[in-house]
Design a protein around this ligand. Structure first.
Ligand code: A2H
Length: 217
């Protein structure tokens, strides 16, 4: 069996100005959180974006106008794919932690909600994709459980300074009807398997076996 590159689609989620103090150096630019996804067809169902609170991110110059916030590792990979103002050399305009990003209002393409927010997810890996994940709780068990954790645990929201209005108004957006799973397949699978939280690794792995993505791809 050979090793092949994993191709992702990047989703540009524009940070809505005015920028908070940590992003002031980026004033006047178009700044995006850039998420890596395998399921671009589900973007209608985005309810929020995920960042790792302790994760290290940077704001990298992509061209004269655009700045992407993502991990340094992914910025280097993009710099070798013509996505860096200086070819093969990422330029970091600001070093940021995931907690600096929590609560940023974002505009994401095709999302049913006009504005969505960056929220904390504990299971993000910093050596995969861009370290930024777009959340589609209708179709991703990881996203459904991470959102459910924030909805049902006020102490978790308090710990990360997450305001109620960044979470509670956002309901699962049904987008794809899967025979036997309905139009909120991730929610159904999480309930059927009695998954307790986003940290329930084994059951979430099982849930993803039933995920439609595993059947298509
Ligand atoms: B997918 P693979 Cl609707 N850490 O996008 C944790 N998870 C990450 C990540 C990271 N650094 N980077 C990307 N991902 C997620 C949509 C989606 C995804 C749906 C259903 C299933 C699904 C919305 N979230 O993934 O290990 C992203 O979530 C099922 C695994 O490289 C990305 O696609 O195969 C997927 O994991 C990439 O996982």
């Amino acid at each position: 069996e050979g090793v092949l590159p994993q191709e992702y689609v990047l989703i540009k989620m524009e940070v809505v100005p005015p920028f908070p103090p940590k992003l002031k150096a980026l004033e006047g630019r178009k700044v995006y959180l850039a998420a890596a996804t395998l399921r671009p067809e589900t973007m209608y169902g985005q309810t929020n974006c995920w960042v790792l609170p302790d994760g290290k991110y940077g704001a990298f110059e992509i061209n004269e106008t655009d700045v992407f916030i993502l991990t340094a590792r992914s910025a280097l990979n993009l710099a070798y794919q013509k996505l860096s103002r200086i070819p093969e050399k990422p330029t970091c305009l600001a070093e940021l932690s995931g907690s600096d990003l929590i609560g940023l209002p974002l505009k994401s393409p095709l999302a049913f909600n006009e504005t969505i927010y960056a929220l904390p997810m504990m299971t993000i890996l910093t050596d995969k994709g861009t370290g930024i994940v777009t959340s589609v709780p209708s179709d991703s068990p990881d996203d459904f459980m991470a959102l459910q954790d924030l909805v049902t645990k006020p102490a978790l929201r308090a710990k990360f300074g997450v305001k109620d209005e960044w979470v509670l108004p956002f309901k699962v957006v049904p987008i794809i009807n899967i025979p036997e799973f309905g139009d909120k397949s991730a929610e159904k699978v999480c309930i059927d398997l009695k998954i307790k939280s986003q940290n329930d690794k084994e059951k979430l792995a099982e849930a993803k076996k039933d995920d439609i993505s595993e059947r298509i791809y």
